[in-house]
Design a protein around this ligand. Structure first.
Ligand code: FES
Length: 108
């Protein structure tokens, strides 16, 4: 079984993750405070930007194919290489939704 090194931007945290294990599962085991909620690839709470490396995440239904090239849903993503991830980063479509919601709230 192959293990890869997963490093998190800005935290100095680094863990070993098996190719068969999700990044989120390894974070929980290591005591790393990775956010999550649904754990089934839908809510995007566990999103991270892929700075370096590749993952497989066919069940990450909350991401478009294009988004899945640059973002990992850590509850679904299994490493295919060593990784550098920036936790708490969301696809632009989510950031746009949040901005639209804030703008709508300002109109009240
Ligand atoms: S925890 Fe909901 S998508 Fe990962």
């Amino acid at each position: 079984m192959t293990e890869y090194t997963v490093e998190f931007v800005g935290t100095g945290e680094e863990i070993q993750v098996s190719e068969k294990e999700t990044v989120l599962s390894a974070c929980i085991e290591a005591g790393i405070a990775q956010e999550y909620s649904c754990r089934v690839g839908m809510c995007l709470a566990c999103s991270a930007e892929i700075v370096e490396g590749d993952v497989t995440q066919p069940a990450a239904r909350g991401l478009t194919d294009e988004e899945a090239e640059n973002y990992a849903l850590t509850c679904m993503a299994r490493p295919q290489s060593d990784l550098v991830l920036d936790r708490g980063k969301y696809p632009p479509s989510i950031e746009d939704d949040a901005a639209a919601g804030a703008a709508a709230a300002d109109d009240d």
